[in-house]
Write a protein that binds this ligand. Sequence first.
Ligand SMILES: [Zn+2]
Length: 249
Amino acid sequence: MPSYVDEGIVLRRVDYGESDRVLTVLTRHHGKVGVLARGVRKAGSRLAANTDLFTRSTLQLARGRGELEVLTEARRLGAVTSLGDARRSACASLCAELADHALEPGHPLDEGLYDLVAEALADCADPARDPRAAVVWFAQRMLDRLGYAPELHVCASCGSRLEERPARFSAAAGGLLCPVCAPRDVEGVDCPVTAIKVLRVAAAGDAGLYARLRLAPEVLAVLEQVLERELARHIDRRLRSLDVLRSLL
Ligand SMILES: [Zn+2]
């Protein structure tokens, strides 16, 4: 069987058969691939620790006859990252689930996308970072790359310039609404000025500035509602991890 080596992150894994697992792996050069990891659930499996969820590894993959590649070797990159608590773990799951649903299998990734996912998962594990803020950043950057960047500077409905004041976010309209248009979306999320500023920093892609922001829990809650509406509209499904995260707050 022809084989190749690539770097990858395990986004999802499902037990299969007696001792195998089917992994959904995001690879740097081959995009999202399905991988059969034989025998990884056996005690002492050499591959097990190197195919943990959200782990970055160098993988040797053989092209199988079916749709799955077959894992023949895995070597973890960097130290073992511990997610520490259930909240960090839920945030990492949300990033992985979003990446999994947003990306088609078998297509090479756009430049920088692999690193965006890898950095989001690292941020979720970083004790110096708030994992909820990392999720908001990642999801907004991801939606932007998918072509769903929201309108945040003029009204998404009538195009009038937005004043420096709270505004309603409408996923249906594709961004913030002016006070005149706001009543058109009763499902919209009312955003305070601080939340709007955070959305604008994320939209501008300024990672350094975003990392320095200290986001109050009530601002994060608003941003998560915005995110939830955007995902429901653009990814066309409810992400299970978002419910898990909610239940932990
Ligand atoms: Zn308007």
